[in-house]
Write a protein that binds this ligand. Sequence first.
Ligand code: CTP
Length: 398
Amino acid sequence: MLQGKKILLGITGSIAAYKSIFLVRLLVKAGAEVKVIMTPAAKDFVTPLSLSTLSRNPVLTDLFDEQSWANHVMLGRWADVLLIAPLSANTLAKMASGQCDNLLLATYLSATCPVVVAPAMDEDMWHHPTAKENCKKLESFGNRVIPVEKGDLASGLHGDGRMAEPEQIVQYLVSNFFLTSPVAGKKAIVTAGPTYEPIDPVRFIGNHSSGKMGIAIAKELQHRGADVTLILGPTTYDFSENGIKLKRVTTAAEMYAASHDLFDRADIAIMAAAVADYSPVTAAAEKIKKKEDGLTVELVKTKDILKSLGEKKKPGQVLVGFALETNNEKQNALDKLTRKNADMIILNSLNDAGAGFGHDTNKITIFDKGGNEISFAAKPKSEVAKDIVDTIIRLYYA
Ligand code: CTP
C-alpha cells in the first residue's frame, strides 16, 4: 500500500502519543520508510526507544546536539508526507503562528512536502475558538487536518477531541496521496486567474477571474500524484498548497513566457486563465493626468497562449483549454477546439446559474477532439476539478 513511501512522523506531547506506536507499526507494515521526530514534551508520553525500534530509524528530537546540527531542511525534502500525529493544542498554536523552538517546528516551517495533521486534545480545548482558528489557519496554508473523533477522553469525559485511529490515518494517507493514478508522476502545468495589462503605474486592464477553477484543477492533479506547476495571474484569492510549484505572473506576456518555458517538458497543460486579449501598446511611465476631453488608449492584441502551445504540441501531450461564453456556446467552444489545436475544451456558459467568475461552483461541458460532448451538473469547483481530471484520465491515460 505504501511501498517505498517516505513518511516523516511528528509526535507531540499528548496522551494520544501512545497510539503513535501503533501508527508507526502500521506504516512500516504497509511498506513505508518512517522517520520519527518527537517534541520534547512527547518524550513524557512515549519513549524514543520504542519508536526507533519500530521505525528502524533513530528518533530525532533536537535541533542541535553536542556534535552536530539536525538538518531540518533535508528532512522536509526527504519526506513524501510530513504527518503530525498526535498534534497537541500547543504545537498547533505554534505552527499557526510560525514559531520555531524545536526540531519538529523547524522541519514543518521548511517542509516542501504535503503536511497532514491529526489533532488530539480534550473536548473543552478542542472547542476553544483558538483551536478552531488555528486549524483553519493550517488549512489556509495548504495543510490537511484529519478530523478528531468523538469518544472517551483522557479526562474521563466523553466527547470530541480524540485523535483519529491509526488505521484511519493510514487510510487517509493512502487515499489522499498514494493511490496510484495514471497521472501520478506526470508533469502538468495549469494557468489560472486574470492577467493585468498596465496602462500606467496605477491603472491596468483586467478581468473578474478569481483563479478558483484553475487552482482547484492544480490541487486535484497534485492530489493524484502529478508534478504540478501553477502559473497564477494576480488573483486576490489566497492560494497555498504544499507540493504545487507556483509561478506568479501579472501580464499576458509574462504568462505566455512562463507557459512556453514549461510546456516542452509537460505531459498535460491546462489553460484555465482568463488571459487579456488586448494590452495597451505602451504603459505610461508616469500616472496619466485627467484632461478635459476623453482618453484613448491604443491596444494591441496579446499572444494567444493556448493557440501557440497548440502549434508546438507533440504527440502524447494533452492540451486543454477553456471557453467562457455568453452566446452560441457550443459552436464557439468547438471553434476554439479546432482553431487552437486543443485536445479538450471545457465550456462554461455565463448563462448557467452558478457558473463562471468568482463563484465557488461551476457547470461545465467538455468537448474533445474525438467528438465527445460530456455535460456535468453544477457543482463545487473542487468537484468540477475531479470531473475534469477523471475525463482526462479516461480519454488519454486509460
Ligand atoms: N487563451 C490564451 N491566451 C490568450 C487568450 C486566451 O491562452 N491570449 C486561452 C484561455 O486560457 C482559454 C482559451 O484560450 O483556455 C479560450 O479563452 P477565451 O477568452 O474564451 O477565448 P478567446 O480566444 O480569447 O476568444 P474570445 O475572447 O473571442 O471568446
